[in-house]
Design a protein around this ligand. Structure first.
Ligand SMILES: C[S@@+](CC[C@H](N)C(=O)[O-])C[C@H]1O[C@@H](n2cnc3c(N)ncnc32)[C@H](O)[C@@H]1O
Length: 211
């Protein structure tokens, strides 16, 4: 994925601070007393994976971008932390069935068409153990980005400008998310909306689900 290498090289998504969603997810996993093996799917430059490793979880990260994975490894090395890193694609996860207690897939799954999203979700379901936990986010149709760029299928647009030029974005409503996660037992779906630092309206669905 040349585009993602370039985006990450230009240090978009290079923050070292974990997303607050991940900090809260770690707290809830600890409360549930899960001795947890967690996968950060699409770990990018590693902000969330490094945090999970620093909190004592068995942390695994997968991404297609070597640039992202190299940053992740360097951050782990600097902090003397251990995690398992793999180069791969979200459509074909190199892990055996039921391997993980938890999966995080944040700011990743919607960068593809709906069929790819479906395949990724079935792979996540496959690698999660029974009563394993997922945290995932989706773009909502209220986002300022909805409708911008070239439409490649219903609710999917390829950006023609900005840092994610050339990258698809798929936008979902709650019904679609419910359908996508039909094989999960319990789901909690809520909107996170805010103005970005550069004044844009961000709107994403935050979902937790259990197998
Ligand atoms: C916006 S970044 C988010 C990174 C990280 N999750 C975070 O929150 O900082 C999206 C990441 O998804 C990865 N990605 C996109 N499509 C992918 C695919 N098909 N397989 C694996 N990784 C992919 C990109 O390489 C990039 O690192």
């Amino acid at each position: 994925m040349i585009e993602w290498n370039q985006i990450l090289r230009e240090e978009w998504y290079s923050s070292e601070k974990p997303d607050e969603l991940v900090v809260n997810f770690a707290t809830s996993l600890r409360k549930q007393n899960k001795k947890t093996r967690v996968l950060d799917l699409g770990c990018g430059a590693g902000r969330n994976l490094v945090y999970m490793a620093s909190q004592g979880f068995e942390a695994h990260g997968l991404d297609t971008s070597e640039t992202g994975l190299n940053s992740t490894k360097e951050r782990l090395r600097k902090r003397d932390l251990k995690a398992y890193i793999a180069k791969g694609d979200v459509h074909l996860l190199p892990y055996r069935d039921t391997y993980f207690d938890a999966v995080m897939c944040l700011f990743v799954i919607y960068h593809q068409k709906l069929a790819g999203i479906q395949v990724t979700i079935s792979e996540i379901h496959r690698v999660l153990r029974k009563r394993g936990v997922l945290i995932i986010n989706f773009q909502s149709k209220q986002s300022h980005m909805y409708g911008k760029g070239t439409k490649v299928e219903r609710d999917t647009f390829i950006q023609q400008a900005g840092p994610e030029k050339g990258i698809p974005h798929h936008f979902s409503d709650k019904q679609e998310i419910t359908r996508l996660l039909k094989d999960f037992q319990t789901t909690n779906v809520k909107l996170r909306e805010r103005k970005s630092d550069d004044g844009y309206f961000e709107s994403r669905w935050i979902v937790t689900a259990t197998t």
